[in-house]
Design a protein around this ligand. Sequence first.
Ligand SMILES: Cc1ncc(COP(=O)(O)O)c(C=O)c1O
Length: 449
Amino acid sequence: MNEALARNLSETAAGLDPYWMPFSHNRYFKRHPAHRLLARAEGAYYWTVEGERLFDCLSGLWCVGLGHAHPRIGAALARQFETVDYSPAFQMGYPGTFRLAERIAAMAPAGLDHVFFVNSGSESVDTALKIALGYHRMQGEAARIRFVGRERGYHGVGFGGMSVGGMVANRKMFPSAELPGVDHLPHTHDPAHMAFSRGMPQWGAHLADELARIVALHDASTIAAVIVEPMQGSAGVIVPPVGYLQKLRELCTRHGILLIFDEVITGFGRMGAAFGADRFGVVPDMITFAKSVNNGVVPLGGVIVRKEIYQAFMTGPEHAVEFFHGYTYSGHPMAVAAAHATLDVLESEGVFERVRTLEPVLEDAMHSLKGERGVLDVRNCGLAAAFDLEPVADRPGLRALRVFEHALAAGQLPRFTGDTIAVGPPFISTPAEIAKMADDLRRAIRAAF
Ligand SMILES: Cc1ncc(COP(=O)(O)O)c(C=O)c1O
């Protein structure tokens, strides 16, 4: 879209009407489009159609860690378009996709060494759930059909991801479409015990014991998998308590239940490591990923599985399809090219180390908001942080919207959901940019109370 057209759209409410925006307040946005239409992106910044510069506090939607318009990714995409723009995903192969699977398997924790490609985080989750069901069936344990998710978890918007997810707003409209046989672990955010924790809270590992209760209720022989985000991103950076993920791992291993880490946000750098699994020292049986794998430039996601899981499907006549699942765009050459370029940058430019260096900078900056009027909690882990705000009475979400609007006016684009503000700045951010982000947010909070 050129800028003139964008300006025209912003001036004409009717011009905005046909687009049904996802996860958005459509009516409010279309009445207040000023300063919300983005015309250009480069590095850690956007420019609105009015020409204002906004710091990309959430790296897009947690996906553009290396910054916008990265020249190495752009060059790779241009070359790829000239070479193979699309190749059929079924019964044919594109060499770059095989090489990408090999690279991702090499980055993944030991033992996770096969990769199934999809196009989004939601698809990665639904694919992982299907793999879990298929795996147990192939193992002769077809009764393992239950899943365990977690309250406040976000696993995308497919029917599977919605069902194992734990966000009431995402579920309540579709109760008849929820997968049967899904239980939820309690979430791990209890401000009474952990408000303003820096990094991992010391309290809360025992909450994983709830899995033992669910197993006792249903019997392990009926449970296929447990799925959790190692760090709950969309719920507002809920960091796992020390020892919690280890306990889940032990219980899953003891009961033959697959453990799935949904690493759509935590994968490929956000935690200062390739995966949250590395950061937290717990190896699951499957990892779902998307977003940062190719810097959000072309939709791409996937599931990394243990060898035993892949092997379980490799039975029957060799000429027959083993897993009746996949997408037209699975392993799309353009998405794959962007991923190779992204991994090149992650590997050659010491990005994970940079994230680890920036983590204490972000931690100090965000925790300096403690004590501001109405700030109820601040949390952080890796290059991710969030704070909760005291809601306006009877108007949930309004306070964070007001803070968001003051932040926009100050040149910051954070994310708000409910009365929580989240940030996950680009990996290329400077300490000065992080400090300014926190100061601008502080002013935005003061202006909103
Ligand atoms: C942990 C997690 N899983 C799944 C998803 C869904 O990804 P997508 O929006 O690409 O479908 C998200 C999106 O934020 C996520 O954070």
